[in-house]
Design a protein. Sequence first.
Length: 1117
Amino acid sequence: MHVLACALFLIAPGRAAVDISESPLMVGSAVAPNLMFLLDDSGSMQWEVMPDDKMYFSTYLFPVPALVYGGGTYTSQVPNFDDNNIHNFFGRSPDNNAVFYNPQSTYRPWLRHTGASFGNVDPTAAPYNPAEPARGTMDLTAQQTQSAFWFTNRTNTNQNSASYACGPPCNQNFRPITFFIYRGTGSRVVAGNYTKYQIRGTRAYRRDPITAAEVEITSFTWPNGTTRTVAEETQNFANWFSYYRSRILTARAGASIAFGQLGENYRVGFRTINGAGEYLIPVSGVFSGTNRETWFDRLLLTAISPAGTPLRTSLNWAGNYYESRTDANDPWTQTGVTNALACRQSFTILTTDGYWGDVFTLPADTNSDGTEARPFRDTHSNTLADVAMYYYKRDLRSGITNEVPTSARDSANWQHMVTFGLSLGVTGTLDPATALPALTAGTLNWPDPALTSPAKLDDLWHATVNGRGAFVNASDPQQFTDGLSSVLTDISERVASTGNITSTSTTLSSNTLLFQSRFVGGNWTGDLLASSITTEGTISATPTWRASEHIPAPASRSIYTWSGTAGVAFQWANLSADQRTTLGSEDVLNYLRGASTLEARNGGTYRNRTSVLGDIVNSLPAYVGPVTDLRLDRFDWTGASTYQAHRTAVSGRREMVYVAANDGLLHAFDARTGEERFAYAPSGALAMMKTLTTTNYAHKFMHDGSAVVTEVYFGGSWRTVLIGTQGRGGRTVYALDVTNPDAFAANKVLWEYSHAELGQTIGNPVVARMNDGSWGVVLGNGYNSSNERSVLFVLNIANGALLQRIDTRSGSSTSPNGLAAAEGVDVDRDGDVDYFYAGDLLGNVWKFDLTDSAPAQWRSAFGTTTAPLPLFAARSASSAVQPITGGISIGFNPADRKLWVFFGTGRYLATADLSNTATQTWYGLIDSGTTITGRSSLARRLILQEGATGEGDNYRVTSKPGDATGGTSMSTKRGWYLDLTSPTAGAEGERIVNAPVLGVTTLFINTLIPSSNPCEPGGRGWVMGVNPFTGGRQDFDVFDFNRDGVVDAGDQVTQSNADGTSRRVVGSGYSTDSLPGSPLQLGKQQVVGGSDGTAQSRAVFNGARPGRVSWKEIVGD
């Protein structure tokens, strides 16, 4: 039989009899990072030409109203529109002027603080400044006559050779929608090498500037494949004119779009580099409501005046603000919290279109990076890089503990500032894409920024290296928008959460990939990362692929659902009438497929997304490759003899990984490339999927269960079948035939099933061959079912028909119950599962007898049909009920062939669970065919000691038989129990919400200690390993505590004796700094994911069975 172990966290939506959180508990108290945005408000930001060396004589390309940006303006020196004016065709061409209209780009309107678009501009009244339309508009479709300092130059680009066309100032006529496209060869200052385009009213023309030959055109086709009608080109130009025409408009466009898509769990401040528009980081609330509105007002309305570029002074202000502000605006505090939060991260984003020119001296350590390692070090003082290093190295809050999250890129745990930089239209002497290795090796040095202007741009990049941020050098508006979005994504991912891990193999080789799911709270986006892992257990810091980057275009995606009678493509025409009513419109369906055209940022009303891949919280990635040989051909039932032929037939199929996300879809990714091959939307998720379109979307679990993929035989052939559930998201169970993933189609959707007594099935299904000859899907009914009891469901995998429903009759409306994941065992070694075990919310461990060939006779193994009895009821020493939510593991003791049942107690379902410190317990039970009366029938084990390993974590020592304390013999006992109580801290709320992982010689478990402390990302926990059949510490070393890569006597730990002496003993577990996921065994390495976004690997004794014990056959031989 095949069994898939439970995924990490058990959290679910719904406010019913069993309270289950609507969002992941581990991010419920996540600390919002500080983010200070410094906008360049130097005078050059008004300019309509970029970069500077292409400006020559003009600052504007259109006459502008006085005070167009609220501050002073430059003289309107504007090249006239004569065809032979070099400044006309050169400056009004995107091939030379990166900020001018480029028809190959589509210009998106700005976003408001609500995420809604400013909307398309009226071409007949296009505002010069869309934030303040009252400052003036222009009819772009009509000929204009305006006054300016019009100039021309027909011979060269030399400023001294230019002459005023009239006046100055004086009036000239011009057609605003005029642009030139370079033909690709020849001098760029020769008019004959350009084609002129002009729109006059509703008609468009193409013209040769030399011959004046002109033809009317009715549409536009551009080299990148973009095609537009005249009206569409007019609209695009109008959007460019109002939203992107100048550097400051471009910066505001990029910032409004990037920050308009930023989630709420941030604290965002604003200031210009010259000190205008100051809006300190709000200590009350996050990036929502008034805080968000005020920030956008400062971004879009702060006046821009002719001024310099004091970048060093501005960045120093930000660092000093983080360090010195201790009043009511202290950025490390927040309203309602007495003390500064030691784990808050602080970021600064510095934007500029030029090179710093301020007079500046650092208050101390003027060459802050002078003694650092490469690539940080240089020999220059008072640079921008020195400022960034100064505030990176300093502990900006020395009076609080150092708990800032660390990463491979940023190892500082003290309160510090991380610096990001964005440049617009300027370049340095170094190439950030290629120069860093040489700077690190010492074959290249940072240039002195005091010597040349381009070296000052290198200094900005250097500042981001020192500040452990990132640098974006944007040469056009789209690059600026994309670059700022990537910076915000970078910041978001530094506070991401994860925990679920699987791999392509149970052993380590050069080809092994590790799959890790993750999500970003607030944005509620997710990702699946594939990373290589060495045979020594080193996980690559750079993913091989990210699934979010390999989602096909909406129209190209292969998505399916269930119509009520059959599988269908997820297209409007295929849905049932009820399903159409549920979604409301085809626009909603297209949005769910990934279309962004109706998102608020594009002028629509739907929620903006930074990624179409939704958050992946509890779904464990399921890898499917070559079929593991379970030797099923040794049995004599139908199909067994062709099992090996089936294995051979599918051995070359595409390797896949399946995972469910809370965008409502099960995603099927190519395991080697990350490409989404297809996806499936359970029909029961459609109603909640519609809520994803709402701009005030609050997280809901929609599709959160883990997929189980198994080889089964029915209909005359072997198949690979995927069984999925909605998990915390709903009541639907479904089956897909994924034998050949390249041939997946609507007819491969086998069935869907739901039932009133089937609740939120948090536990994973089991697929096994039954004693009636069918293959069955066995699952606990989960929580919030109609009868609120614990019920076992058995479905026929071929058609989804109900084979049997076994009601334990345990539970009621006043004492709601539900059955967690089941585990089965084949005791007579015929390949058919005979018994199943499962635990419930009231602490009962049930044994179900499925030995009969007639499903109608399947029943609870103890008691009667009307009054079933559990094998065991878990109760604490004070007789308190201990809930079982994490599933069961089963194993035979090789010494005496006794059947053991392993599980732990605890729940992690609702916010109230976070503060529950009731004692929970790890159990091992012997099933000898009769019920077990209680703890008195079990041997007691204790956690004797905890201490530091010297490697940054802690160890545990548990008792074992023969110890003076907790050393009860197993000779007359029906099992053992270990209370999860710290010998020093007492009851901390430690609990078990996963099934134990049974290796060959050791039983492993991950325990959770949730926290309401905002600075603990979800909490912490332990990974423990004990003797399965005594519950005590092993007689051999298990964990590599000293982290030398091997497990040996050097990993023994210190245990204190009652007489004051100590001894070296085998350790029983190690601590984790975040909530640990279920351990994954890969050869000699054990990998554990954490709720803080990390994954750690360490050596364990190789007696453990490779891989998750979910893939195993449990038989009594």
